[in-house]
Design a protein around this ligand. Structure first.
Ligand SMILES: [Zn+2]
Length: 245
């Protein structure tokens, strides 16, 4: 059975970036693990009056659990590092923890944000770095047959919809997963993050009202490491090929 591990810093990153892919993997009988490194206590609280960061963190964990349920995520791990503070965390510490998770769970595929973090958020960039280090550390321990492929996920639609467009993608996209049949599940998962109504409305207008028409039919990936070696991503000449993770 194929196992796929997704590593993101905040509750909701998984639904924005990979919601359709996660649902598709689940329906294919594959196991998915989501590691959420912070609990998003610095985020907005949307319509909810939460009087402390701790209360917001617990609330967002509940929203994440709901989204994970919708997406059929097999295993959800909360690391509860400080939201907005990952750039100050020793990357070796976070990488060590992630490496242990990889060695224990032995995913075939690991997915995280690209080096620009898609949005430029320092937490996104820090998680990208630590996850790359973790995969290399895990390779030191695991037999070669168990070395995972490492992918970055990009969100081109983020750049399309957001008025404050992020940086140009840091790496060329080398493959796209067809999520046509999973757009509703992605929309439902996004809606589970009710406190993040502002972010969802900005990137996916209409989704919070149950109109999933703005959700695209593909999610976009870049293979950057395989078989214990870096893969230099090359932009495909004739359009981005459809792939499965
Ligand atoms: Zn995030």
């Amino acid at each position: 059975m194929k196992r796929l591990m997704f590593v993101f810093p905040h509750p909701d990153d998984e639904s924005f970036a990979c919601g359709g892919t996660l649902a598709k993997c689940s329906d294919a009988g594959q196991e998915t693990c989501l590691i959420c490194v912070t609990s998003g206590c610095k985020g907005r609280s949307g319509p909810f009056a939460l009087d402390s960061r701790e209360a917001l963190a617990r609330h967002r964990e509940q929203e994440l659990a709901k989204a994970a349920n919708i997406l059929g995520i097999t295993r959800l791990e909360l690391y509860r590092y400080p939201d907005g503070g990952l750039a100050e965390v020793d990357p070796r510490e976070l990488a060590g923890r992630l490496a242990s998770a990889i060695v224990e769970w032995r995913p075939h595929v690991v997915v995280t944000f690209p080096p620009d973090g898609v949005t430029g958020h320092p937490d996104h960039i820090a998680v990208c770095r630590a996850t790359g280090m973790a995969v290399e550390q895990a390779e030191q321990v695991l037999p070669p047959d168990d070395w995972p492929d490492l992918y970055f996920v990009s969100i081109p639609h983020y750049y399309d919809h957001c008025p404050d467009k992020g940086p140009a993608p840091a790496v060329p996209i080398t493959g796209k997963v067809d999520i046509t049949r999973y757009r509703d599940r992605k929309g439902e998962a996004l809606r589970a993050h009710q406190s993040q109504v502002y972010s969802v409305n900005r990137a996916y207008p209409g989704v919070m009202e149950g109109d999933y028409g703005v959700i695209g039919c593909y999610e976009y990936y870049t293979l950057v490491r395989s078989g214990g070696r870096p893969v230099k991503p090359v932009a495909p000449e004739n359009g981005i090929p459809v792939m499965e993770l």
